[in-house]
Design a binder for this molecule. Structure first.
Ligand code: IMP
Ligand code: MG
Length: 184
C-alpha cells in the first residue's frame, strides 16, 4: 500500500481495525440479543461514519441507525469545551429504544458525557457508548465508554473517518500526521 504523503506513520493498520470492529460487533450481539427493545446505533457525524458502516455489517441482531452532529474541532487540534448540537435526533420511539452512541474517538470526554445525559433526558430506555479509539490521558471529565476498540497515545490521529481540517477521512488506516502539515 502506498502511504499518503502527509502521514508520518501508521498507528493502527487496516487489518487491526477490522479485527477490532468484529470483536466489538460480537460484544454488542451478545449484550443486546435479549433486551426486547429496539437497538439504535447513533452515529456522531462526521468522524464515525466509516466505523458505523463497518460495525453494522458485523452485527447480526436487528439494528436501526440514526445520526447526530455536534460541534467539532474546526481547524484546531485542541478541544473546544462547549458542545453545540448541529443536527438533533427527532424520534418518538425513544422509550422503547436502547441507544448505543457510536463515536470515533474520545479525547476530553466532554462530547460523550454531554450526549449521554442529553439522550437520557430525551427519554431513551437506555444510553450506552461505543468508541473505536480512546485517549484516556486527555480526559477532562470522568468518562468510561461501554465498548472500546483501541487505546491510543496522546497524539492527533487521522484516517478511518477522523479528519484534520476535513482531510484524510478516507484513509483505511489510522495514522499520525507529519508536523509540517499543521504549519502549512
Ligand atoms: P471530546 O469531547 O474532547 O472527547 O472530543 C471528541 C471529538 O474530538 C471526537 O469525536 C473527534 O471529532 C475529535 N477528536 C479528538 N481527538 C482527535 C484526533 O486525534 N483526531 C481527530 N479528531 C479528534
Ligand atoms: Mg467526532
Amino acid at each position: 500500500m502506498i502511504l499518503n504523503n502527509d502521514i508520518e506513520k501508521i498507528l493502527i493498520s487496516e487489518e487491526q481495525i477490522q479485527e477490532t470492529v468484529k470483536r466489538i460487533a460480537g460484544e454488542i450481539d451478545r449484550d443486546y440479543a435479549k433486551t426486547g427493545k429496539k437497538l439504535l446505533l447513533l452515529c456522531i457525524l462526521k468522524g464515525s461514519v466509516v466505523f458505523i458502516g463497518d460495525l453494522m455489517k458485523h452485527i447480526t441482531i436487528p439494528v436501526e441507525i440514526d445520526f447526530m452532529k455536534v460541534s467539532s474541532y474546526g481547524r484546531s487540534t485542541k478541544t473546544q469545551g462547549t458542545i453545540n448540537i448541529l443536527l438533533d435526533l427527532y424520534r418518538t420511539d425513544l422509550p422503547d429504544t436502547d441507544i448505543l452512541i457510536i463515536e470515533d474517538i474520545i479525547d476530553s470526554g466532554k462530547t460523550l458525557s454531554y450526549l449521554v445525559d442529553y439522550l437520557k433526558l430525551k427519554g431513551a430506555n437506555s444510553v450506552r457508548t461505543c468508541t473505536l479509539l480512546d485517549k484516556p490521558e486527555r480526559r477532562e471529565v470522568d468518562f468510561t465508554p461501554d465498548y472500546c476498540g483501541i487505546i491510543v497515545p496522546d497524539e492527533f490521529v487521522v484516517g478511518y473517518g477522523l479528519d484534520y481540517a476535513e482531510q484524510y477521512r478516507a484513509l483505511p488506516y489510522v495514522g499520525i500526521l507529519k508536523p509540517m502539515v499543521y504549519t502549512k
